[in-house]
Design a protein. Structure first.
Length: 189
């Protein structure tokens, strides 16, 4: 598969949120406003990309030669958690308002299924280093794109005349469902 095709596939056809349903916790938790969702998307993008690169080397040059591939999930989680902790410290020190808007969801990137999912899919698909980089950037960009679009919809829904029992998360779930349907229909999945 060529790199442009892999990138487009990872953003659209294999979108981690709308087709694989990974990363739903921050998707619903942080998508209440555009700024928070963009910040979360950017943080996830950095964590996925850097974790994918590091885990590629660890898997191929440490685990495989030592015949300890069974340790990959544990090792990958440690790498992801390390990057999340580093970004948490940087964001807290330099971008206090963003850190406050992300709240508990920033440290929860460590347990974000989308991050671990992309890292594991890179290994499962036996991607080369360039393919790992392309797929990781595409998948995380797809995450950021979808969470940002969803946040703009949710901001408009705050002021929409919605039946009381559907306000908040119920309408958010319905909207996400419709987005996934439209998205999968548009992609042809």
């Amino acid at each position: 598969m060529n790199l442009i095709g892999l990138f487009i596939t990872s953003v659209l056809a294999e979108n981690v949120v709308l087709t694989k349903f990974l990363g739903m916790c921050p998707f619903f938790g942080v998508s209440k406003d555009k700024e928070g969702s963009f910040g979360m998307g950017l943080a996830v993008m950095l964590v996925i990309t850097l974790s994918s690169l590091v885990t590629y080397f660890l898997y191929n040059y440490v685990l495989v030669p030592s015949d300890t591939e069974y340790l990959r999930t544990l090792l990958f989680i440690l790498v992801i958690a390390s990057f999340v902790q580093l970004f948490d410290i940087i964001i807290k020190k330099n971008f206090k308002s963003l850190h406050n808007s992300l709240g508990i969801y920033l440290p929860l990137i460590s347990t974000n299924c989308a991050v671990l999912g992309v890292v594991l899919l890179n290994i499962q698909n036996k991607f080369t280093l360039l393919e790992v980089l392309t797929y990781s950037i595409g998948s995380s960009f797809g995450f950021m794109l979808v969470i940002y679009i969803f946040s703009t919809i949710r901001e408009r829904l705050k002021h929409a005349p919605i039946i009381r029992s559907f306000r908040g998360l119920p309408i958010a779930f319905i909207t996400a469902f419709i987005m996934a349907l439209v998205f999968s229909r548009y992609i042809g999945a």
